[in-house]
Write a new protein. Sequence first.
Length: 85
Amino acid sequence: MNEKIRELISQSYEATTVTTIDPFTQEVVVDFIDGTKPFFNQEKFAELIVKECIAQCEKNAEHPYLGAGSKLSAFNIKEHFGVEE
């Protein structure tokens, strides 16, 4: 796996509050020391990948031979995934 994918994975984790109900006392109990647990947000990961793809296309937009195709690719990716600027 390349380093950029690892970076996007690490950016996709969020802290979530973890609570449970004690079955005996019916009280809310916060789990873990600080009350949070890392949660992998799949939607955020997908969004970051799409944004990276768009950025790579836009990076080549000024290239004399690749420019028009890169601009069109960036536009098509945005349209396909509903990315708004």
